[in-house]
Write a protein that binds this ligand. Sequence first.
Ligand code: PMV
Length: 359
Amino acid sequence: MTEKTFLYQSNGNKIDKGSISVQSPSNIALVKYWGKKPVQIPANSSISFTLKNCYTQTSVSFEKSKEFQINLSVEGEKNLDFLPKIEQFFKRIKDYSPYIFNYNLQIDTLNTFPHSSGIASSASGFSALAYAVVQLEKQISNISEKEAMTKASFLSRLGSGSACRSLFGPLAIWGKHDKLNKTSDLYAIEHHEIHDVFRDYQDTILLIDKGQKKVSSTVGHNLMTNHPFAKQRFIQAQENIISMIDILKSGNLDEFISKTEHEALTLHGMMMTSKPYFVLMKEGTLSSINKIWEFREETKLPLCFTLDAGANLHVLYPKRFTQEVLDFIRQELIVYCENQQYICDEVGKGAKVLNEYYD
Ligand code: PMV
């Protein structure tokens, strides 16, 4: 498929107004995407767990209008902060979803996770918005359900790269890989080959730094452009995807732990060695990592961590060890969390429509 595949074709149906409510989750990459080309084309493939409890709920109410206008409210309040990114998103999708410009839009959105938690809402936010836009397209074109999912992923990517993986669960792969059929740089695909142990894998997110991201994703990705180790990193990520796919199929937890932690530390290693350089971990991040390693050594429980481009730590483990791991987190790690906050999440299934009405 090429960009052209995603151009819109009307079926002649006309809709004057309506409203669409959807929800879409966040996701956590196991093999990370870090480095991109215009427009939102990843330098390497990535694979992620889709989450379940951390999601964005978005309703788009639309009414025919000569002028395209967006009103945005976040958690019930009018919001201007996110408007520039949302406007950029609509500009980027214009060729693919021109129908949306025939309406006045009221967008109401809320996240289930705390607003300033250091958890990026862009993945869940843009995937929810793109998913809602595509629901309207389903009414006015002959696009099939499967095509609509792929298009939603394609549009999400134009908002925020990693958002394109959020539509699908339990696993999503994004980025062209020579050894993986059907993979694309333009959208993510669902990946089903998963061992039972990972189907409900737990992700407890330690909110170590709830502040705004120190380095925006855009700045971070751009730092890879002249990074002396970038070329090797992109090759390594392509190899890691293949081993991660095997691990996720076989259920080999020792290998999962080692590959997942190595990927997380590599991501941070790239940031620590770029120009300018950044350390995004906090003291609490490092202390928690050391405690996790000690606890794993002592108990032999198969827990591990991963990181996004920030200080918060995602603690990953099989569901059957929830009690032991949560006891450990409460006793040993909670001191490193801002306001002692952490979020219990697990692997989930992706985006869904909550309700819709068209007139
Ligand atoms: O989607 P972006 O541009 O916010 O980039 C996300 C990058 C990481 O979260 C660090 C890794 C990933 O693959 O999700």
